[in-house]
Design a protein around this ligand. Sequence first.
Ligand code: SF4
Length: 222
Amino acid sequence: MQLHERPKLVPPDGHNKVLLHSCCAPCSGEVMEAMLASGIDYTIFFYNPNIHPRKEYNLRKDENIAFAEKFNIPFIDCDYDSDNWFARAKGMEWDPERGARCSMCFDMRFERTALYAHENGFPVITSSLGISRWKNMQQINESGIRAAAPYPDVQYWTFNWRKGGGSQRMIEISKREKFYMQEYCGCVYSLRDTNAWRISKGREKIKIGVMYYGEDDTPEQA
Ligand code: SF4
């Protein structure tokens, strides 16, 4: 497979070993190919207990595993400890997206990523989460830095994966690979709120497992 031309990326302090927290194949596709093109030695860490329901979780995870296998990238499949996620989200059920619940959600995922990096010799962690234009990059970076702070041997790489055409390549790769297109952020509350918004616009509720990039009527979203 021919990878896009990109300027060479160098992780912080010249390290070449990275643990990439991945939320799904569409968001990580460009990040993975960018790191591959730069010869970075990386491993995918899939820890997303926020994703609900389990069917959606399996769709996102299995597709990410299949894409990693294409490049022989190691894939760490971490727990689906959704009970802990719901416990931490208690009291924040009605928070809007990009609010305190999302900070908690990023914190939880990155805390586990940073711990794994510390215990397994990864000096740098980063995430595919920030490539989505629906996310607040600063909020994500702050969570990543907070998660790495207890470990002097681990740092969070705040690289902006959207820039330099990254956002566009993310769509191109998703269409090329015909990735599953999730239509909500991931948790049960984002599913509820997205459905409420769709109904207010006269649209149907989300149907899990039916939308794929590259289909004729696929919207230009990410
Ligand atoms: S909206 Fe997304 S980031 Fe926010 S809590 Fe839900 S799954 Fe996590």
